[in-house]
Design a protein around this ligand. Structure first.
Ligand SMILES: Cc1cc2nc3c(=O)[nH]c(=O)nc-3n(C[C@H](O)[C@H](O)[C@H](O)COP(=O)(O)OP(=O)(O)OC[C@H]3O[C@@H](n4cnc5c(N)ncnc54)[C@H](O)[C@@H]3O)c2cc1C
Length: 98
């Protein structure tokens, strides 16, 4: 058995890259299965080896994005809230209520 996408190695929402990992993971698994004529005992470990470095890189990027995006002080929290308010006030006309 092997897992692809979020259930296998999702690096978290809203940090980018998880959809790419899911699509690439499925592609790599399909390719490895074709390459060895459907022998899953060879294809599954090959898929996991091929994905390992990308998954590690994505997790590191996710952690660093989370550290940047999630405020860790009251001042940071206030800055984020004001930034969101400013963004909403400048884009409100772009998305009229339906
Ligand atoms: C708020 C939010 C923002 C995000 N933003 C980004 C972004 O900007 N960029 C990015 O790359 N990624 C983002 N992601 C992550 C991205 O959505 C996922 O990484 C991607 O959808 C994973 O694809 P998947 O096919 O592995 O899983 P999913 O898309 O979750 O697909 C799994 C499917 O399996 C179905 N399912 C579950 N259980 C069963 C069952 N028992 N039987 C049958 N079907 C079942 C579900 O209904 C679902 O359709 C975000 C996620 C969230 C929640």
């Amino acid at each position: 058995m092997t897992l692809v996408g979020d259930v296998g190695y999702g690096s978290g929402s809203a940090v980018g890259g998880s959809t790419s990992l899911a699509v690439v993971g499925a592609y790599v698994l399909a390719w490895e299965l074709i390459r060895v004529g459907g022998d899953h005992e060879r294809a599954v470990p090959a898929h996991e080896r091929a994905m390992a470095e990308h998954v590690r890189g994505s997790r590191e990027a996710a952690l660093s994005a989370a550290m940047t995006l999630i405020p860790r002080s009251r001042l940071g929290l206030r800055g984020l809230a004001q930034g969101a308010r400013l963004h909403n006030s400048t884009t409100a006309d772009d998305h009229p209520p339906s």
